[in-house]
Design a protein around this ligand. Sequence first.
Ligand code: SF4
Length: 164
Amino acid sequence: MKGDVSPPQRHILQARGADHVETLGLGPLYHAPRRRAVHSGLVRATRTRRPPIDVSAGRGLVFVSHTGQVSPSGFLPLPAGSVRVHPLTEIYRTSPVFTALRDPGLLAGRCGACEFRTVCGGSRSRAFATSGDVLAEEPWCSYVPGSFPHQDDLAGYLGAAPGA
Ligand code: SF4
C-alpha cells in the first residue's frame, strides 16, 4: 500500500485497543523515519486520519501536454485523446483509458484481489512502466491481500469510502 500504515488499519486497531506496531509487525523502516519526522515537527505523534481521498491517475487527475495530448497523469504516457479534437471533459469522462482506470474491478494480480483496491489501487504509472499493463498489480507494494486480521471491521470501514 502507499505508505507504511494505512489509516483504516490503524483506526481499527486503536478502536480495538491493539498496538498497531506489534500487530502489523512494523520494524526499523517504520520507526526510524517516524521518529525523525515527529522530532522535526513534520507530523504530530498522535495524528489520525480518515482514508485518503480517492485521487490518482485518471481518478480526479488528468494531464494535458503542451501539444494538447491528454493522459491520466504526467507519469503515465497513455494517450487518451487531444484537446484540439475533443473537449477535455469528454475525454476524461468517456475515453477507454480513463474509464478503465476508474473501475477497480478491472485491476489484476494482487491489486485486483485486494480489499483496499477502491481506496488505493496502487500506482498505475508504476504498474504500466514495469509490466506494460496499466491494470497490473502495483510492483512495489508488499501488502498481502486479506492479511489484515480484522477483515469484517475493515469491510465496514471501507464501505463508506467513495467507489467502494
Ligand atoms: S495490493 Fe494494490 S490495492 Fe492493495 S494495498 Fe497494495 S497497491 Fe494498494
